[in-house]
Design a protein around this ligand. Structure first.
Ligand code: UD1
Length: 355
């Protein structure tokens, strides 16, 4: 049984569910918690990426963290009892991840965690809490990077009853698999009248950036300045849209509705640079050889910073502009396989079957 609920998990599930379907010994039941529910935050990914339709949709969303996680826990427990899965698998670090892992663990169902071992070392992030707790109660820890394994070892996981596997990153599998399809199908460059290599792709949705008025204001003013040099385009997450409206902020750059995976791939392929606070987009920038300015104080993807492809600006508009100016003159040359070889999904399927 796999649990998905939020946008990045649909991308991850696309890579893994395909590998599971190809494995003779495995059968998958997909549960959508409903955390993301707008068509352009959810349905479009299932359609484009041919992810099997979830067997169950719990329709739980738009609640405070405790209420959301609690309701998911309650409903998932019922489902696990009735479906009796051999293993329950969760992705990433969202409330859906934690609820799924906790529900299964308490019913003695082993938990597999895809994207295990990542740490920002910032306990104020809800995602950091979710991932630490999920890792600790998982039996199979699928790590995307060398750093993720080091993090687990430092926390004493060698002494726990869990298996750590380096799989590579399932998002890299997805980027490789859908790249050509995205190029053939996406019309976003035409519909938004964009010119290749003449725009900056920006996304902002983290709670610490959107819900703190000073942070959001500083980020927007930085992007406004960048926009004076190079057009900035931002697909706007619903959380950010709400906060821009409630804080009466009117960015001078281009805002569009959230885009599907194919459009996002095309925007990545064609942009000059990425500015984001998303975990996934930082890596996707790297997959498409683009520099990334990360609008956070820390990142889980430290290898990107170490190789010079990514720089941390914090929620600081001035820093964003400074880094933008230095990155503009640089050439992207890193070619290391930091995230594996695009076979993370099949490694995970094999490990699940063996387990
Ligand atoms: C969640 C995850 C985050 C992940 C992100 C990807 C947690 C704690 N956070 O954050 O790790 O990076 O998803 O997008 O689980 N909303 C809509 N329509 C939607 C989805 C959300 O209007 O389709 C609204 C919600 O009602 C809520 C706000 O956006 O008011 C935030 O949604 P929520 O699921 O709480 O968190 P995200 O910011 O999306």
């Amino acid at each position: 049984m796999t649990i998905v609920g939020a946008r990045p998990q649909f991308v991850k599930a696309a890579a893994v569910s395909r590998a599971i379907a190809e494995h003779a010994q495995l059968q998958e039941t997909i549960v959508h918690t409903g955390q993301h529910f707008d068509d352009n935050m959810s349905k479009v990914f299932f359609d484009e990426m041919s992810i099997p339709v979830p067997h169950f949709n719990l329709d739980i969303h738009s609640l405070n963290h405790g209420a959301m996680t609690g309701r998911m826990l309650e409903e998932l427990e019922k489902l696990i009892i009735s479906e009796q899965p051999a293993i329950l698998m969760v992705y990433g670090d969202t409330n859906s991840t934690l609820a799924g892992a906790l529900a299964a663990r308490k019913l003695q169902i082993p938990v597999a965690h895809v994207e295990a071992g990542l740490r920002s070392f910032e306990m104020r992030m809800p995602e950091e809490v979710n991932r630490i707790l999920t890792d600790r109660i998982s039996s199979l820890l699928f790590c995307p990077t060398a750093q993720a394994i080091t993090n687990l070892e430092r926390e004493g996981f060698a002494n726990f009853d869990s298996k750590i596997v380096r799989t590579g990153d399932v998002m890299y599998d997805a980027a490789l698999f859908y790249s050509a399809k995205a190029e053939a199908k996406s019309k976003v460059m035409q519909s938004e009248t964009l010119t290749a290599n003449k725009f900056v792709l920006a996304t902002i949705h983290r709670q610490e950036n959107t819900d703190d008025p000073a942070n959001l204001q500083s980020i927007i003013s930085g992007l406004n300045k960048v926009n004076e040099h190079l057009k900035v385009i931002m697909p706007v997450h619903p959380r950010t849209r709400k906060m821009l409206m409630s804080q009466k902020l009117q960015p001078e750059f281009m805002l569009i509705d959230p885009v599907g995976y194919f459009d996002m791939i095309q925007l990545l392929r064609n942009c000059t640079m990425v500015v984001t606070d998303s975990g996934g987009l930082q890596k996707e920038a790297f997959f498409f050889n683009k520099f990334c300015i990360t609008v956070r104080e820390q990142t889980e993807w430290v290898e990107l910073v170490e190789c010079g492809c990514n720089e941390l600006a914090g929620a600081n508009g001035q820093r964003i502009v400074e880094i933008f100016n230095t990155m503009l003159g640089r050439k992207f040359e890193v070619q290391e396989p930091l995230y594996g070889h695009g076979d993370a999904g099949s490694i995970i399927a094999r490990e699940l079957a063996e387990y």
